[in-house]
Design a protein around this ligand. Structure first.
Ligand SMILES: *Cc1c(COP(=O)(O)O)cnc(C)c1O
Length: 487
């Protein structure tokens, strides 16, 4: 399926729309309305194309996208699951989509009621005492949470300077701690893939502000020693931060609050039904225990005698972290998602996410090395060192899987596993889809010996094949003009 990409479609004089001479556009008197020096004298150089050229161009481009609406997307640590369309419908209702953030509170009581109910739902799920819906992404929630820990410690007159982060942590964790002005110390993992508790006990001291932890961690493993870990950090006077970006392993089953965490963020655009991956709006609400509540961003949503209102007088708040109240469309989707599943439904989501991951792991472990022989939660990591010895790296296998119609799993993360391939099937995939993926992974393993070139040169059916990803990120060429060398 080689799609010929002929970008240059402009032909002089070709038109999609022609303005009639008597229309208000054609007869608009520029000179009467715009200062002479601001009127363009040379043509704009827009492409001259017919309407069908434009429609076909963009429709062709749209078919080059791969997304959860087109197929299986097992990108570990990203929770790329299918998002039910009913939640988009809810977010598009005029009472939510057409209100203005500066409207008086009295005119948006319905929306405020929904936001309050969402706060309550997320409190229940996380086991926290208070929630702010303001942060716009997971990393943003992390920064909000760590700044609250900083403010709390400062108010207690404590100048603690280190945040501990396990070596399996998501990269945003150390980045957040460092942005918030802390020094980051890396806690080693033990042979079972969990935090090395003895090493942790040696590392905590009067400088420890806190520990950031993902549980289950990025290896998909549940931290068995979590209560001991929480004790060690609390005894030393530090606080515990829970990175809840991917909550679909624990939702309705176990709560970060009950594990001993003081601050939590949740990614609504991973677990709670907002499409993501294209850089669209996200949401990373933070939850805290009572002692940190005074530090939450303002405004806080409160119940007054005349209804719900935004309270801007929050004395010890760390301040606003985003304009207005967060990404409200994402919040509406999350609420619709919670209500359409209900308590039992959310539990079933977690169970299915974990079942799917373990089924895939079991089947794939016949061909691929599993660095930790344990039951996993929502995701798992394979180590492709044996495949590398046979001539194909994790990157080659990931590129080849594209030819079989799947989005590749995450590669080379977490860093604690050599030749890592990190798979997260999510709860929304059927057994048939998982079986097709298993078949493809087996076939690729055979190809490594029988037809190595086909693996090394993959993918074969995409418009672009392997490119320099670092160069693409640093010096992106984003326009046709740039590609042609015109400014
Ligand atoms: C995705 C993710 C984050 C960051 O979330 P963003 O919304 O992308 O900022 C943090 N931690 C973990 C474990 C994640 O998977």
């Amino acid at each position: 399926m080689d799609v010929p990409l002929i970008f240059e479609k402009s032909r002089p004089g070709r038109r999609g729309v022609r303005f009639e001479p008597h229309s208000d556009v054609a007869s608009f008197n520029l000179e009467a309305h715009i200062p002479a020096e601001l009127i363009r004298r040379t043509p704009l150089g827009l492409p001259e194309v017919a309407e069908n050229d434009v429609v076909r161009h963009y429709t062709a481009l749209s078919t080059l996208n791969y997304g959860v609406d087109t197929g299986f997307y097992p990108l570990g640590s990203c929770t790329m699951k299918y998002n039910p369309k009913v939640n988009d419908w809810a977010a598009g209702l005029p009472g939510f989509a057409d209100v203005h953030p500066l409207q008086p509170d009295s005119t948006v009581q319905g929306l405020l009621t929904l936001l309050k109910a969402l706060e309550d739902g997320l409190k229940e799920i996380s086991g926290m005492d208070a929630v702010s819906l303001q942060p716009a992404a997971g990393a943003h929630g992390e920064l909000t949470g760590i700044l609250m820990i900083k403010a709390y410690l400062r108010d207690r007159g404590e100048n603690r300077r280190t945040i501990l982060v396990p070596d399996s942590a998501h990269g945003t964790n150390p980045a957040t701690a460092s942005m918030a002005g802390f020094e980051v110390k890396v806690v080693p993992s033990n042979t079972r893939g969990g935090v090395d508790v003895d090493a942790l006990a040696q590392m905590v001291d009067e400088n420890t502000a806190g520990l950031m932890l993902t549980n289950p961690n990025t290896l998909g493993l549940f931290e068995e020693d979590i209560l001991a870990i929480a004790d060690i950090v609390h005894q030393a006077g530090g606080l515990l931060y829970y990175d809840g970006a991917n909550a679909n392993a624990i939702m309705g089953r176990v709560r970060p609050g009950d594990m001993g965490f003081d601050v939590v963020h949740l990614n609504l655009h991973k677990t709670f039904s907002t499409p993501h991956g294209g850089g669209g709006p996200g949401s990373g609400p933070v939850g805290v225990t009572a002692k940190l509540e005074p530090y939450l961003p303002y405004p806080r949503l409160r119940q007054g005698s005349e209804g719900l209102y935004w309270d801007y007088h929050v004395g010890r708040s760390i301040g606003k972290v985003r304009s207005y109240y967060g990404n409200v469309g994402v919040l509406v989707r999350a609420y619709a998602y919670l209500r359409s599943h209900g308590q039992e439904g959310l539990k079933a989501v977690s169970e299915t996410a974990v079942l799917n991951a373990n089924y895939l792991l079991k089947q794939l472990s016949e061909r691929y090395r599993t660095p930790y022989d344990r039951t996993v939660k929502h995701e798992f990591v394979l180590s492709l060192t044996p495949q590398k010895a046979r001539g194909a790296r994790a990157l080659d296998v990931a590129k080849r899987i594209i030819d079989y119609g799947f989005y590749p799993p995450t590669v080379y993360f977490p860093l604690v596993v050599d030749e890592a391939l990190m798979v997260e099937p999510t709860e929304t995939e059927s057994k048939e889809t998982l079986d097709r993926f298993i078949e493809a992974m087996r076939a690729i393993d055979d190809e490594i010996d029988q037809n190595p070139d086909v693996v090394h040169e993959a993918p074969h059916h995409t418009v672009v094949r392997r490119f320099d990803e670092a160069e693409a990120a640093r010096h992106p060429v984003l326009t046709w003009q740039q590609l042609k060398g015109e400014s």
